[in-house]
Write a protein that binds this ligand. Structure first.
Ligand code: AMP
Length: 281
């Protein structure tokens, strides 16, 4: 795997690949890689001859300084994992390399309220920073395929919206969420859970599964309230459980509503976990 920390050498390499008519699949990450990230590279390999992964802990998407400071960083281990899965190119830039003109370079599009619910409500500014970094990375890498996880469902919706609105020439692919044996969604933040909290955190998957099983017989409002209570009873602090339409992220009100997804965010001590489950296509 070739490693790059600067834009120009990476672009020179990728231009050579394109000249050989190789297609490029790209998976942006913040590092501390786990098997969920690895699966993005594997999926990319099904779509394109060459795969690019980026590792960049983007300061502009952290609304909480402590979360940014505590975000796990383990570059050497990440490199080993990427080499094992056969990733071709790694781009790991500095903040200055990513934002040579300063941090104030946000994407200016109407987000149609997709950014004001759920994560948007609890992490103000997060999505503006996330779209800023994804747009910058797309401008650098120019991939044919962008592989992103369902794990961050709202993030995926916003990136989809940005690609459509700006008519960016890239195909967005959704990768399924990889889970631990007990159902907990894999996340870099899981590393920070105490053994006790780690055990309790599978309540999130249990609560989501319960909603999926009962969505055809119970109202979304009632199911969401019950799930909040179950998560709280286990000792986590839920921020929200929302059952929303996948297309506009607005709450659904009817039993078995089509196109629904349930999204959850909860604090496990000082670790913030998110997850979701699609309820109907
Ligand atoms: P992150 O490093 O957390 O910013 O995540 C980078 C990418 O990996 C995003 O597209 C995430 O949605 C995706 N991802 C994170 N966790 C998982 C998981 N458990 N399974 C599949 N993809 C994931």
């Amino acid at each position: 795997m070739k490693q790059f920390s600067q834009v120009i050498p990476l672009q020179t390499e990728l231009k050579e690949q394109r000249n050989k008519t190789h297609k490029i699949a790209f998976a942006p990450t913040m590092g501390a890689l786990h098997l969920g990230h690895v699966s993005l590279i594997e999926i990319g390999k099904q779509y394109a001859e060459k795969s690019v992964c980026s590792i960049f802990v983007n300061p502009t998407q952290f609304n909480n300084k402590e979360d940014l400071a505590k975000y796990p960083r383990m570059y050497e281990q990440d490199v080993l994992l990427l080499e094992k899965v056969g990733c071709d190119f790694l781009f790991a830039p500095s903040v200055d390399e990513m934002y040579p003109h300063g941090l104030d370079t946000k994407v200016n599009i109407d987000l149609k309220g997709l950014d004001s619910v759920m994560e948007g409500e609890f992490r103000p500014g997060h999505f503006a920073g996330m779209l800023q970094v994804v747009k910058r990375l797309l401008d650098i890498v120019h991939p044919d395929f962008l592989i992103m996880g369902q794990k961050d469902f709202q993030q995926f919706s916003l990136v989809h919206h940005m690609i459509n609105t700006l008519q960016l020439p890239v195909k967005l692919v959704m990768a399924p969420t990889l889970r631990e044996a007990d159902g907990l969604a894999m996340s870099s933040r899981n590393l920070r859970l105490s053994p006790e909290m780690r055990k309790k955190s599978n309540i999130i998957f249990a609560a989501l599964s319960h909603i999926r099983e009962h969505f055809s017989i119970q109202s979304p409002g009632k199911l969401a309230t019950q799930a909040m209570e179950r998560i709280e009873k286990m000792g986590l602090k839920p921020e929200y459980v929302e059952i929303v339409d996948q297309s506009n992220l607005q709450r659904v009100k009817t039993i078995n509503a089509p196109n629904a997804v349930v999204c959850v965010a909860a604090w496990a001590d000082d670790v913030r976990l998110i997850d979701n489950m699609i309820l109907s296509d």
